[in-house]
Design a binder for this molecule. Structure first.
Ligand SMILES: Nc1ncnc2c1ncn2[C@@H]1O[C@H](COP(=O)(O)OP(=O)(O)OP(=O)(O)O)[C@@H](O)[C@H]1O
Ligand SMILES: [Mg+2]
Length: 360
């Protein structure tokens, strides 16, 4: 039994029917300090609901599962399985009035799972809320066109164009949500293609040239002469660059210029990196917002920007794509002077990366 309990990845305690600890596995010793068998179980495990469950299992011989929260030092959610053990050869539970020979307590820290669950349900709540707003506006205009504006062609046209904008917004939201969940699905798989980052930058500048012209902003591109190839997914890296350049154009348009530069970082020669930097000279972002920008649906609220209202998912998508590429995003901004979004990606030897992919 000791060997089995030691092989379990969770803290486990084995106690007898009197509540005396008889064995603790390695994991329990790691988590609960140097617990010595021979003392009462309640010296190591103090949660009242766990000890009550233990007493019940001693009495009934039936297993139980319980959950509790500990608030100090940080909020931690626990789940414990309290299982009776009847030794082979000993009297069966019926004959002994249900009292087990030993009781096994297996403890699991559920905090991370709870956090993920909460994130998931927050995401669904936020997504529905974001979709409901344009939908309510569409429904409202449909009613107006059917009623008051029925015989007013001018008003009808105006309302129809607002409706088109709202429908477009819903489409973007749905595209972004799907894109995020697709990337999340393959979060732990490193992309296997070879991407030319210079081409990604050029493609992005071309794709966003019409928006830049509309906003009267000039995109200035600076790339090195030599090829910039790395291991990655072309479409996803284009999505990263487009999101950043589109943000710089939309939110930094007052600065009139957006600089997109590609440089090699050789600060740590053993870890060469390519850096894609997108800098604008607009109003910038106050420092309290910086750490939250990559959260889903997070937008810097400011009424003057409502015209350009985005979904708040762009940078969350960027962050996820970069995680897959083992890259990272740094954001610097001085309010009033603009913002710089810097993406670093590992610049390892591509020849080696490709060789590694060739099946042996
Ligand atoms: N270059 C920038 N200058 C100032 N604020 C910025 C800049 N880039 C992003 N922001 C702020 O960060 C917020 C989050 O950006 P993000 O790209 O995640 O979402 P979005 O642009 O609102 O929506 P989407 O990208 O899906 O259209 C933006 O709403 C904006 O308030
Ligand atoms: Mg954006």
């Amino acid at each position: 039994m000791k060997v089995t309990v030691d092989a379990l990845p969770n803290p486990c305690f084995v106690a007898d029917g009197r509540g005396i600890t008889r064995y603790v596995n390695h994991e329990a010793q790691k988590v609960y300090g140097d617990v010595k068998p021979g003392g009462p179980l309640s010296f190591s495990l103090r949660a009242p609901s766990l000890l009550e469950a233990f007493d019940r299992v001693c009495e009934t011989g039936l297993p139980e599962q319980i959950n509790w929260i500990e608030k100090v030092p940080t909020e931690t959610w626990y789940e414990a399985h309290v299982a009776p053990i009847f030794m082979p050869g000993s009297l069966s539970s019926d004959q002994r009035g249900g009292q087990p020979d030993f009781i096994l307590v297996v403890i699991q820290d559920q905090t991370e799972n709870r956090r993920l669950e909460r994130m998931r349900s927050d995401f669904v709540a936020n997504a529905s809320h974001e979709l409901r707003t344009p939908l309510a506006s569409l429904t409202g205009f449909i009613e107006t066109i059917q009623g008051a504006a029925r015989n007013d062609p001018e008003a009808r046209d105006r309302f129809l164009s607002i409706m088109q904008e709202q429908a477009e917004r819903m489409r973007r939201l749905i595209d972004d949500i799907l894109s995020l969940s697709r990337i999340e699905l393959k979060a732990h798989v490193r992309p296997a293609g070879v991407v030319d980052l210079k081409e990604v930058v050029r493609h992005t500048a071309d794709a966003l040239a019409p928006l830049a012209a509309d906003l009267d902003v000039e995109i200035r591109v600076e790339v090195p002469d030599r090829p910039v190839k790395l291991q990655g997914d072309r479409d996803e890296l284009i999505q990263v660059a487009e999101n950043l350049v589109e943000n710089a154009l939309k939110y930094g348009k007052d600065g009139k210029f957006v600089d997109v530069t590609l440089t090699e970082l050789v600060e740590t020669p053993e870890l060469p990196q390519w850096q894609l930097s997108v800098r604008d000279y607009g109003e910038g972002i106050a420092s309290e917002h910086l750490p939250r920008l990559t959260e889903r649906f997070y937008r810097v609220s400011d009424d003057s920007r409502q015209v350009m209202k985005g979904t708040g998912l762009g940078l969350a998508i960027v962050k996820h794509i970069l995680a897959r590429h083992q890259g990272k995003l740094d954001i610097e901004s001085e309010p009033g002077k603009g913002a710089a979004f810097k993406v670093s990606l590992p610049a390892e030897d591509i020849a080696e990366a490709i060789l590694n992919k060739v099946p042996s």
